[in-house]
Design a protein around this ligand. Structure first.
Ligand code: GDP
Length: 131
């Protein structure tokens, strides 16, 4: 997902270009806005964390781009491309280093395993929306 801060700041196009230039194939793409319920479900694993309310509030604050991306070694390579969760700790040139301001408004989400990528892809896309 390209998160609401990056969309609002006009960075979505540059971020998508950086992803494509890094060798990822865009299999599915959608411009949408999460409801509170959907954002809570998506981040259900963090429900007990102190920042959960803030996370849901932020993720519903504006539209996002959701995508399914394909590449060899995609999970690891994408985590490298986006950088650390906290943009202050993200390496130079990573998407979060370039486009994020804070640990909650951190521009982009990437799945952390193949298993979660499948769950998260199914969260946004039906079979007829993948190419
Ligand atoms: P990610 O996989 O790098 O996105 O990080 P996590 O799965 O650990 O956390 C999910 C999202 O929750 C992050 O991308 C942040 O937007 C948010 N988040 C994580 N830690 C914090 C925190 O300490 N404070 C706040 N406000 N948000 C956080």
């Amino acid at each position: 997902m390209i998160k609401p801060d990056a969309v609002a700041n006009g960075h979505a196009g540059k971020i998508l270009d950086q992803i494509i230039q890094a060798g990822f194939k865009v299999v599915a793409l959608k411009y949408t806005r999460l409801s509170e319920e959907r954002a809570g479900d998506f981040y259900g694993i963090h429900r007990e964390r102190p920042f959960f309310g803030e996370l849901v509030r932020f993720m519903t604050s504006g539209p996002i781009y959701a995508a399914i991306l394909e590449k060899d070694n995609a999970i690891e390579d994408f985590r490298k491309l986006i950088g650390a969760t906290d943009p202050q700790k993200a390496e130079a040139g990573t998407i979060r280093n370039l486009f994020a301001k804070s640990i909650d408004a951190n521009a982009i989400h990437g799945s952390d395993s193949n298993e979660n990528a499948e769950i998260e892809g199914n969260f946004f896309f039906g079979a007829d929306q993948r190419f």
